[in-house]
Design a binder for this molecule. Sequence first.
Ligand SMILES: Cc1cc2nc3c(=O)[nH]c(=O)nc-3n(C[C@H](O)[C@H](O)[C@H](O)COP(=O)(O)O)c2cc1C
Length: 429
Amino acid sequence: MKKVTAVLMSIFLSFGLAACGSTQDDRKPEAIDRMVESVETEPSAQPETEIPEENIDVNTEENSGSAEGKALVVYFSMPETSDPDNMTQEEDNSVVVIDGEVLGNTQYVAYVIQENTGADIFRIEPETPYPTDHDTLVDLAAQEQEDNARPAIKGNIEDLGQYDTVFVGFPNWWGDMPMILYSFFDAYDFSGKTVIPFNTHGGSGFSSTISTIAELEPDADVREDGFTVSRNNVQDAEPDILAWLSDLGYINQDADASALAEKESENTDGKSLVVYYSASGNTEEVAAYIAGAMDADLFELEPEEPYSSADLDWTDRDSRVSHEHDNLEERTVPLVADTVENWDSYDTVFIGYPIWWGIAAWPVDGFIAANDFTGKTVVPFCTSSSSGLGESGELLEEAAGTGEWLEGIRFRSGASEDTVVEWVNGLGL
Ligand SMILES: Cc1cc2nc3c(=O)[nH]c(=O)nc-3n(C[C@H](O)[C@H](O)[C@H](O)COP(=O)(O)O)c2cc1C
């Protein structure tokens, strides 16, 4: 992660030369064409050996862009704290700490892209700063979405015309881009340019944001193969970002060869598994869609004693499920099999279940208890008539005690294949 130290240092070093936030009208003739985001904090003292010499001037050399021409990285990021110590869980979710520096998740991805493409960089900041208190921020984001708001952006991009490619990064907020991104796309015309989205998320991937951008910028080439990463994996995302940039053909000679090599040498045998319990077929349908999209194996959890329709009648206080619901000790449901062959070969495990009384149907509990999820990415999904995912994923994560759990998603009973596949593709797994 020393590379990021170098990026930060180079930004600080060149800050004195930066032309940022000026309008087209007050641009001086000698205006420097490089744009550096406004960083208000002072650089922390770093031992010189921490900064590889070859990277110090990454932000002052010519924009190397790529075969596609000059590139710009634009991003919005909302770190909820700047204190690397004593973070709440929510604050921790919103940031990554690199060499003691606290960066927003999307900010970090933006820096890695900037550093390895030699692109210019512009941070979208609201004229009225957002609150950093998590609950207040979450409520404000929802309100802005409901109001279809267009929060004003501080500063502007000088001469967007010089860029052929614009990487645009944002966190997923309530299944969409933060509304300030709509202000951004309203303000600039990307006709004839390539727009490459990237985002960070808590389990929803891109949602439908890429198609939204394509609608907002109909004359731009909006790439569908953007980069998306779960907030849980941002810290280790550099090799993935480099591999993605390399696939796109946007990478400069200063790119971190060792990180790229790390990615290339990764075991590519990692497979995906979709484990599910389904009483009446809805979750099974979604599981099959996920398996199709991920080229994953399927594993159905079958209770030794299957549930009959009468057993499942939750309106009957005397039915089997009602009894189990009312008596915790009756919720242990022996399964025909609770372990999967070649478990070690799977690095991603989807776990599906119907919602029963607001939580995961308990036949999945035996599977969770019987397996070690260490080293695996676990993605819960559920179907229900009306309830959301609620705490069902978190409760399973707690019960498992191991694995990198994503937030997961709830589908309505009878969700379409398109809806499910769009979600899977947006996960970036
Ligand atoms: C015992 C039981 C309890 C349920 N509780 C809820 C609930 O709390 N909220 C909800 O939205 N749906 C509830 N449902 C509906 C199921 O979650 C929904 O039909 C689901 O898609 C069934 O999935 P399956 O076909 O894979 O079993 C319940 C269904 C059953 C059988």
